[in-house]
Design a protein around this ligand. Sequence first.
Ligand code: CA
Length: 264
Amino acid sequence: MEHSRGEGSCGWQLCQRVFRKSGDRFCDENTRHSISNAETILRLLVVEDDPDLNRQLTTALTDAGYVVDRAFDGEEGHFLGDSEPYDAVVLDIGLPKMDGISVLEAWRRNKRVMPVLILTARDRWSDKVQGFDAGADDYVAKPFHLEEVLARIRALLRRTAGHAQSELTCGPVSLDTRTGRVSVSGNPIKMTSHEYRLLAYLMHHTGRVVSRTELVEHLYDQDFDRDSNTIEVFVGRIRKKLDVDIIQTVRGLGYLLTPPTEAQ
Ligand code: CA
């Protein structure tokens, strides 16, 4: 259990969460994507200057199955959020180089519409007002429980994807984003984290063609080998495991998920 040194007079309340890692590396495949409790497979950005808090947030989100990039000041955060396709952002308001409100305003001016959860100081109600005015989707006041951040991120992502419930289905295939379980006609299917993330992304976008580039950009972090052949390999494995024909290859464009009956 680690406690950060906090910010100002606030001590961070960590809920009963045990961190398995202490280092700053999140590149190990086995630790990065813990499938058993994967909430969803999307890509997030954490912008927080406090190194301990940044690490705690990143660790908690990574353990929950997200791909997480991080930034430690406003400029770096602004750059990443402006150039990478994040599915959601956790953004501190008090940041060096460029404050969180300015970062958020700049993103929105530039038509970056990803959901943003801001972190505000408890007594600064003006932070919240300014934050919402700048285009924030939700806020968590410091000190917070990590579980609350996770729950709010889940809600934001569900809202964005237009899915009120956590179970996605396509024909006989169902995928529970809360538990990270995949089944075909009720029979559980074992998947690796990469396979799961790819399938979940396609299921979130059933009925529309998803390009390989989009998959690579949304599913893998900056360190990932962005060779789109890798995607084909994963799709091949998923097809084999599911043993039902729901992933169609649309030549030159990408993949389309359709229930088997409509696929003919
Ligand atoms: Ca701060």
